[in-house]
Design a binder for this molecule. Structure first.
Ligand code: NAD
Length: 197
């Protein structure tokens, strides 16, 4: 089937199978001048993701990771939506697209006029300092073995907060916690609520 015949067929499917949801990735924005990750000309052809795009890389050398992201953010903020982004916004306006679920962080769908956009990987609009403001991180029923959450106690302690743990079995943060209880989650939290009445 030639491309125009395929597009006609796709149009029939879009009409017949409502509601339709779009799932987009970095490829929709390469035509806006933003490189993707895994194409031959993508970002990972130049940079090792393990050195720049993991939470352990960030903890090892935050400056290096921020410098990498500063370059990316610069490219992202100066990019404009392309005809693909605009077409999806138009189709949403005509009632043929219910929502766009995107892995992209570039905000180009929104800037093209799409209204129902789910940014599953967040966006460049904001970055959060993980739990940075917590005076107390109370951990209940977690072995604290699985990242990224397992890094939260460190973040809290580094920012001057305290960690308390309610867990049946030991965790790597038992020594650093100011309070550790081996009791059950339900009875402990219920008793805590009573104590705070
Ligand atoms: P990916 O890099 O793994 O894959 C992109 C795919 O798009 C490739 O298979 C490539 O062949 C295809 N492609 C590239 N240009 C295209 C075009 N013009 N038309 C059709 N196909 C094209 O990207 P992914 O699958 O989205 O991986 C997810 C990760 O990439 C997410 O974490 C996302 O945040 C991140 N990312 C986002 C941006 C952005 O926000 N624009 C840019 C780079 C990476």
């Amino acid at each position: 089937m030639r491309m125009d015949a395929k597009v006609r067929r796709l149009g029939e499917v879009v009409r017949a199978r409502q509601p339709s949801v779009l799932l987009t990735g970095a490829g929709i924005s390469t035509e806006s001048g933003i490189p993707d990750f895994r194409s031959p000309s993508g970002i990972w052809a130049q940079y090792d993701p393990m050195e720049y795009a993991t939470i352990s890389a960030f903890r090892r050398d935050p400056r290096k990771v921020w410098e990498f992201y500063a370059l990316r953010f610069e490219a992202l903020t100066s990019a404009e939506p392309n005809e693909g982004h605009r077409a999806l916004a138009e189709l949403e306006g005509r009632g043929l697209v219910r929502a766009v679920v995107t892995q992209n962080i570039d905000t180009l769908h929104e800037r093209a006029g799409s209204r129902e956009v789910v940014e599953v990987h967040g966006s460049i609009r904001e970055a959060e300092c993980l739990a940075g403001e917590a005076g107390l991180l109370l951990v209940v029923g977690s072995s604290l073995e699985v990242h990224p959450v397992a890094g939260l106690p460190d973040t809290t302690l580094t920012a001057g907060g305290e960690v308390a743990i309610v867990n049946h079995s030991p965790t790597p943060y038992d020594g650093a916690a100011s309070l550790r209880m081996e009791s059950g989650a339900g009875e402990t939290l219920a008793a805590l609520a009573d104590a705070l009445c």
